[in-house]
Design a protein around this ligand. Structure first.
Ligand SMILES: CC(=O)N[C@H](C=O)[C@@H](O)[C@H](O)[C@H](O)COP(=O)(O)O
Length: 245
């Protein structure tokens, strides 16, 4: 593992993300971009374009990006069926257990992103246990939530940032075509930790609007780093089919 070039002082890291863009460099299983070297290239492009941090999936990609790109890394480990395409609730899959979280921290992530919905975790752990383990490993925790109540609970359990990542992908949250800016605004007004806008931010204008609604930072993935999904949207539109959100 390469040592992080960033001070692990939490406030310094949070300040570096204030009002800034985090680019999610991920690819789903079976996608041609699901290749560590390709993901590193995406992260380098994000850095060159002005991103303040990279969000990356799986310890191998986290470690490679940490080694090659001079930016903080928000790491996660997706394990299990995401249900993103089917809309079926498949349970917790973003950094589902303490073991996954410690592996991501051990790979060099400055921040570990993990599911903080109110669904049961496969190892039976409480979210607060995951937070304590990650803090002991020297990293911060980004709580990926779907609802306002989950955001409040995650803040109370020690999360350092709350992200709207799972709105539209977990029970209790509406699947919208665009970002859940209502959740961003309601959480920003209710918690003292930074709130991150994430999920279906399709345009620069939506990203700027999220900051205006109180977000500390914005995470953009598909609109920047997913050529297969972007091509599919255009192909579906020109073929007269309804593009997926
Ligand atoms: C729901 C889920 O599993 N979200 C994942 C979280 O890491 C990623 O697949 C998303 O790409 C990321 O949240 C950014 O969102 P968007 O690609 O919409 O800009």
């Amino acid at each position: 593992m390469t040592a992080s070039p960033y001070p692990r002082d939490p406030q310094t890291l949070l300040d570096a993300l204030a009002g800034r863009l985090i680019v999610s460099c991920q690819a789903p299983p079976g996608d041609p971009m699901r290749d560590t070297d390709a993901l590193v290239l995406l992260a380098r492009c994000a850095h060159a374009g002005g991103a303040a941090a990279i969000r990356a999936n799986e310890p191998e990609a986290v470690a490679a990006i940490r080694a090659e790109v001079d930016l903080p890394v928000v790491g996660l480990w997706k394990d299990g069926d995401t249900g993103v395409d089917t809309g079926v609730d498949t349970g917790v899959y973003i950094t589902p257990t303490v073991r996954h979280a410690l592996a991501v921290a051990g790979a060099g992530a400055d921040v570990v992103a993990a599911d903080a919905t109110d669904r049961p975790r496969p190892d039976g752990s409480a979210f607060a246990e995951l937070v304590a383990a990650v803090h002991a490993a020297g990293a911060l925790v980004m709580a990926d939530v779907a609802t306002h109540a989950e955001g409040l609970a995650a803040a109370a359990q020690g999360a350092d940032l709350i992200s709207t990542t799972l709105s539209g992908y977990a029970p209790g949250s509406p699947r919208q075509a665009g970002p859940d800016l209502g959740l961003v605004a309601s959480l920003a007004a209710a918690v003292s930790v930074p709130v991150v806008a994430e999920g279906r931010l399709h345009t620069p204008e939506q990203a700027a609007e999220a900051l205006a609604r109180g977000a500390h930072s914005v995470v953009v993935g598909t609109a920047i780093t997913a050529p297969t999904a972007l091509t599919r949207r255009f192909a579906e539109a020109v073929e007269g089919r309804t593009p997926r959100p």
